[in-house]
Design a protein around this ligand. Structure first.
Ligand SMILES: [Zn+2]
Length: 347
């Protein structure tokens, strides 16, 4: 049964979508969200994670991290039409050199090095003749280990009693933690790595052992080389995907310089770009990124990058399929342009 409160939330949501659609149409008609105008002289970076067809997306516990191949095809097609797309290192270098092409500079980036990127994203990029940047987690690449948020997510999705039965406080999380997979993963991000690993081990145990669907995997060194041979850039996303401001100085060196060395040694090319896990960084982390030799680093702060934007604090637009759709569910360029123009924050 739908409660009054749920009905009001649903009405508010649909009104918000309609307002977004109207704003997207009007701003587009007056040219305000057209990239040639809204992003002129600036760099637009899009952040994606997994690319999974809908039947696999339904099995994945963190749907906010997924776009479908069709959605990626639409996003890439619209962007290829309106932007000068290339690898992050290439376009960030051109931005700093002061280039202002008629079609503004942009990059499509993929975090985490999931194998679905090779299987489902690479063919889409190839079809559009677009080069992208893939951020790999070097220890995960070496051992094909799932990232911690996936280990936790898969285990939470398999708890015999469901999430309601979970004793959140006994796990070391605040009592008011949102009891969804996403909510528990978000709360776990605030724990020190040792506390986090203990929590995950406990949830895995409660769920009856590690769960990993057979379609899941991390790209191997060979897979990354194949992406490189297609012209794509490989960047670093640390060794183990920790929340960096929580790491000690020694751990920072290990995660930043260590992953760069491993990637350069295995791939035989300089690694120029870095991506902060979860976007989390501070002055100490940035100094360590610079010392490790990276030239560019990306955050999860939305927005466009001006020529003199700090190269180790590049802004990116998190991209999900719903941001490229109208309220009625149809993929629409106006919706995507609105998202990438940053005209309506938080929509
Ligand atoms: Zn990540």
């Amino acid at each position: 049964m739908i409660t009054t409160q749920q009905a009001m939330v649903s009405v508010a949501h649909s009104v918000r979508l309609q307002v977004r659609d109207i704003a997207g149409d009007v701003l587009h008609r007056f040219g305000l969200t057209r990239p040639a105008r809204s992003a002129r002289g600036r760099l637009t970076i899009v952040a994606l994670h997994r690319v999974l067809p809908n039947y696999l997306r339904a099995e994945y516990p963190l749907p906010g991290l997924v776009v479908s191949p069709d959605e990626l095809d639409f996003i890439t097609g619209v962007m290829a039409q309106h932007y000068t797309l290339d690898t992050l290192a290439a376009v960030a270098g051109r931005l700093r050199a002061g280039e202002v092409p008629d079609k503004p500079l942009a990059a499509i980036t993929f975090d985490d090095g999931q194998r679905d990127n090779l299987e489902y994203a690479a063919p889409v990029l190839r079809a559009h003749g677009v080069r992208g940047t893939f951020f790999a987690v070097s220890d995960a690449t070496e051992h094909n280990t799932p990232l911690w948020h996936d280990r936790l997510g898969f285990a939470l999705a398999h708890l015999p009693g469901g999430l309601r039965q979970l004793d959140i406080v006994a796990l070391g999380l605040p009592a008011d933690t949102d009891r969804t997979v996403q909510g528990i993963v978000e709360a776990t991000k605030l724990l020190r790595p040792s506390e986090r690993d203990a929590l995950i081990a406990r949830v895995v145990e409660l769920s009856g052992g590690a769960h990993r669907p057979n379609w899941d995997g991390i790209m191997s060194w060979q897979d990354l080389k194949q992406l490189q041979s297609d012209g794509h850039e490989i960047g670093s996303h640390t060794r183990s995907h920790p929340i960096l401001p929580l790491a000690t100085d020694g751990e920072l060196i290990d995660e930043l310089a260590g992953s760069r060395e491993a990637l350069e040694q295995k791939l035989g090319t300089p690694i120029l770009s870095f991506c902060y896990p979860n976007g989390d960084h501070d002055a100490r982390v940035m100094a360590a990124v610079e010392r490790a030799g990276y030239r560019f680093a990306t955050t999860t702060q939305p927005g466009l990058n001006a020529r003199h934007a700090a190269p180790l604090q590049l802004r990116r637009f998190d991209m999900q399929g719903r941001f490229a759709r109208r309220g009625n569910g149809r993929l629409a360029a106006q919706a995507l342009h609105l998202r990438l123009s940053n005209a309506l924050r938080g929509t």
